[in-house]
Design a protein around this ligand. Sequence first.
Ligand code: NAD
Length: 251
Amino acid sequence: MERLKNKVALISGGARGQGAAEARLFASEGAKVAIGDVRDELTKQTAEAINAMLGANTVLAVHLDVTRAADWHGAVETCVREFGGLDILVNNAGIANRKGLEQTSEEEWDAIVNVNQKGVWLGMKTAVPAMRQRGGGSIINISSIFGLIGSAGSTAYHGTKGAVRLLTKAAAVQYAPEKIRVNSIHPGLIYTPMVEEGRDQQELQPVIDLTPMKRGAKPEEVAWCVLFLASDEASYVTGAELAVDGGYSAA
Ligand code: NAD
């Protein structure tokens, strides 16, 4: 249970859903973890719940709006000050928009690009100098199956998640000589507030029907894959894309 012993991780969007599952798993594998989110109260509650299980000061809650460079600097500085450095960044924060191309307003386009695309770039840009100080690191960018293949609707979401896939590969090539690995994860249907809020099972059924495994997944099933990429077990893995989708993108 010590796959991340002596590692420090920063997880964006860690208040709930997949980010919270990753924080729980990382902490249980020996990491010190900072979770950053715009939902300050929920972020604190999530950190407190993990600390109650695993010990005080295992997880820290920080305010982080991924669209703001100043927030990223604050989050990375907190990791360095409180935990001694930064080894792992999970760019997990994201927002959805299910509208089609003509139905998407310019404001909606800019908002999703800011969070899902610019946020990932800003996170990497801010984390790399701290990782360099440690002699290496691991960055995991959470894209989507919608960053691998198209569908009718969710146009802006597709654009941002496709961008994350190639941002990841470009960063992987640039930072390989500095032992900073960068990989992307492409989840399929994962039962989190993002997909469950305001939708019932009936609306999700078409996605399940298109999934060879005929089911959605728990956030923990993504977290185990993020853990592998974060750990030294993935020491020769960089620039890779891992679909965690029950076979959706293979069909
Ligand atoms: P979620 O909505 O439960 O969690 C996302 C978190 O990101 C929330 O806590 C939210 O407050 C936070 N967030 C939103 N905007 C932010 C900002 N500007 N700054 C900081 N935090 C912000 O959703 P989730 O399913 O856990 O999503 C995690 C990631 O997985 C996202 O990038 C999402 O696009 C991706 N994803 C999800 C699914 C799925 O089926 N759930 C599928 C593919 C990809």
